[in-house]
Design a protein around this ligand. Structure first.
Ligand code: FES
Length: 232
């Protein structure tokens, strides 16, 4: 039997279970906390920081912080909304996110969060990175210039027990995700599609057929991000 506990989010009490993270407990109770690097069922990376909430006055990542009996969490306040919006804006200017021309438009979580946070003009200068693309593998087109370093691909795209994507080890400004093209070429079309789907932006695209669903009829064209949790 699971251990039921009570937590408080934005002043209201909710039931949840020990062992859950704040992110999952909130989701179970119809509360949306934005996330980008999180993948359900996979160990948290805690790298994007967009899921920051306040626990006892301190900023904590909701995806990696387990709930505890009586925990008091603050989620929906202007300070956190502003922080999350700033994180999204920084990601936008740090990468080449040309939404109108991107195959991921409408299915892109970063774009959807930009809409949610009413992002308009950039406050930070565009970086227009030139980190290169890799189109050598059979089904995958990998554009590092759009990568937000969430490491979802590193943690989940595995072929025959080996990781197709890895974080390069040089660090600093050269940090990027590299693809094992030989291994990536062994992915089936379905596996390549799954790799594209796990990427929250347009850094991993499946080659060959594009724009299968017309712009305007894609996931976040139909409903804003978070509404699937808030309206359930
Ligand atoms: Fe929690 Fe990225 S979703 S740090």
């Amino acid at each position: 039997m699971n251990d039921k506990i009570k937590i408080v989010i934005d002043g209201k009490e909710y039931w949840t279970e020990l062992g859950k993270t704040i992110l999952d407990a909130a989701k179970d109770n119809g509360i949306f906390i934005p996330s980008l690097c999180h993948v359900e069922g996979v160990k948290a990376a805690g790298s994007c920081r967009i899921c920051n909430v306040k626990v006892n006055g301190r900023n904590m990542t909701a995806c990696s912080t387990p709930v505890a009996e009586g925990m008091t969490i603050v989620n929906n306040i202007p300070e956190l909304e502003e922080l999350r919006k700033a994180i999204v804006e920084v990601m936008f200017v740090a990468g080449n996110h040309f939404c109108p021309a991107c195959e991921k438009s409408g299915n892109c979580e970063l774009q959807a969060l930009g809409y949610r946070f009413l992002m308009l003009v950039p406050r930070f200068p565009y970086e227009f990175p030139d980190k290169g693309v890799n189109a050598e593998s059979k089904y995958i087109y990998h554009d590092r210039n759009r990568c937000i370093l969430c490491k979802r691909c590193v943690r989940t795209v595995i072929k025959d027990g080996k990781h197709v994507f890895a974080l390069n080890s040089r660090g600093g400004e050269h940090i990027h995700i590299k693809i094992d093209t030989e291994l990536a070429s062994q992915l089936t079309e379905e596996e390549a599609q799954a790799a594209m789907d796990i990427c929250p932006v347009g850094a991993i695209l499946k080659k060959e057929r594009g724009y299968y669903d017309p712009i305007g009829e894609r996931k976040y064209d139909k409903q804003p991000i978070g509404s699937e949790i808030e309206n359930k």
